[in-house]
Design a protein around this ligand. Structure first.
Ligand code: URP
Ligand code: ZN
Ligand code: ZN
Ligand code: ZN
Length: 473
């Protein structure tokens, strides 16, 4: 087994930082030691196989992206990143675990879909991966499948209150799934937007000739997000199921989550970098068809209304607990362009799996969040939320050696054109200049990214069986 010492760095956790060396034995962390430690009088640095010099850098647990959609069949096409390209891009950005979504459309069997997603991912991932399961229609057989899936390490189920005829579950179906989750301990993840109202507003807008990408945002106003978030919270309260609201973008929806938490309910919320940095006015409202690059749901919100600032605040106060990417990339050419002349035909989704750690680090640079909160939002809480903590999300003896050496004095340009590794023909963050740089990435003890070189391989990543949430109130 290979031994590695990451020496001279500042080890940062969700609760503090210290000068320490990290000793890795094979795939696991063996010890976190005082700098320049000796073993039986011998300098450790001379007795290990490899030394990684982290002087002046942060040493953090590998980031966990709990919301990705690799090669997802959606909007008449497939998300453009495969498990191979998407996990490779993730590794470049310091993400060492993804939790992706198995898709079950109406009429399909959840367990059969779970087996298909295993086939898609197995042997193709550069980093470790787990699965959530999407349920659309909630059949009686889906309920027993939920129990079986929990046993397979799928301890969370995503339901949709939008996309009628595609994913939408009605309130009765939602309650059925929540009752089962209350019973077996699983987390219910909710896409909270009122689909019936959206469908009407979309039909009216297209009928009026308002067909530009900007109208994607106007036809999914914050009220439909707040209403659905509130409804989901009430149904979760009724059934006793824990609830995790995905991709929160409206400040009013975040307030609903905050109020539920203040009442003591097991309700949690996730936002995404796009809702922290991008807006209805600047991106969705770009001239011509440009705005299609940023069509996703929930939509980018108005900066004038203050949603982005509120998301940062909610992350500071723990009204929201996690930042994931909702990575669901589509190229402009051949995919997004299906919606020229009708925004409702633009496949919904933004890619960003490579950039989350860097983008969130800018919040540390500007003082919006602390260094420790950065680690907590990107790694530790996703691990706890989704039953991975101990193995992932922490630098401690016995944990998987998923480690990122982050250089606060480095610089990353998300340039114009293809300066990233995701399979997209544009970047949603084109032109962003990042203070900080992902220097070295280890996945289970193997260096997969070293400076500017990718050393990983498809097939290194393994399926991780998750336990129940370790974050419940
Ligand atoms: O627009 C989005 N968010 N696409 C991915 C699917 C989903 O709803 O998360
Ligand atoms: Zn969603
Ligand atoms: Zn999603
Ligand atoms: Zn660097």
């Amino acid at each position: 087994m290979t031994t590695t010492l990451i020496s001279g760095g500042t080890v940062v956790s969700a609760t503090g930082r210290s000068q320490a060396d990290v000793l890795i034995d094979g795939e696991r962390i063996a010890a976190v030691l005082a700098p320049s430690s000796t073993l039986l009088g011998v300098d450790l640095a001379t007795s290990v196989d490899t030394v990684i010099d982290a002087t002046g850098k942060y040493v953090i647990p590998g980031a966990i992206d709990a919301h990705t959609h690799m090669e997802m069949p959606f909007g008449g096409t497939f998300a453009s990143d495969t498990f191979e390209t998407g996990t490779t891009a993730a590794a470049w950005g310091g993400t060492t675990t993804i939790v992706d979504f198995v898709v079950q459309y109406a009429g399909e069997q959840p367990l059969e879909q779970f087996a298909k997603w295993h086939e898609k991912a197995a042997g193709n991932c550069a980093i470790d991966y787990g699965f959530h399961q999407i349920l659309s229609d909630v059949q009686d057989s889906s309920l027993s499948a939920m129990d079986e899936l929990v046993g397979e390490g799928v301890s969370s189920f995503k339901l949709f209150m939008a996309y009628k005829g595609v994913f939408l579950s009605d309130d009765g179906q939602i309650v059925k799934a929540m009752q089962r989750a209350a019973d077996n301990g699983a987390m219910i993840m909710m896409h909270a937007e009122n689909g019936s109202v959206i469908d009407l507003l979309v039909q009216q807008a297209v009928g009026r000739g308002d067909t530009a990408p900007y109208f994607h945002g106007l036809t999914r106003p914050w009220q439909v997000e707040e209403e659905a978030t509130h409804r989901a919270i009430m149904l979760a309260d009724l059934t006793g199921a824990p609830l995790y609201v995905v991709h929160v973008s409206a400040k009013q929806a975040a307030e609903q989550i905050m109020q539920a938490r203040d009442r003591g309910q097991n309700v949690f919320g996730e936002t995404c970098p796009q809702y922290l940095y991008l807006s209805l006015e600047e991106q969705l409202g770009a001239p011509g068809f440009e705005g299609a690059k940023w069509v996703c749901s929930t939509p980018l919100r108005s900066r004038a209304e203050g949603h982005q600032d509120h998301m940062w605040r909610a992350l500071r106060t723990n009204d929201l607990q996690v930042v994931s990417t909702d990575h669901c990339p589509f190229c402009m050419k051949g995919q997004k362009d299906m919606g020229i002349g009708d925004f409702s035909k633009i496949p919904n989704g933004i890619g960003g799996v490579e950039h989350r750690l860097d983008l969130l680090y800018q919040g540390v640079v500007t003082g919006q969040i602390t260094l420790e909160r950065w680690v907590e939002l990107c790694s530790t809480t996703p691990a706890r939320m989704f039953g991975l903590y101990g193995t992932k999300g922490v630098i401690a003896p016995g944990a998987d050696a998923d480690v990122v050496v982050y250089d606060p004095n480095g610089h990353t340009s998300i340039g114009v054109g293809k300066t990233h590794h995701m399979n997209m023909d544009y970047s949603a963050y084109e032109g962003f200049e990042i203070d900080g740089h992902v220097d070295t990435v280890l996945s289970r003890g193997t260096v997969v990214v070293d400076g500017g070189t990718f050393l990983g391989r498809a097939g290194h990543g393994r399926y991780v069986r998750r336990g129940l949430s370790q974050y419940l109130l």
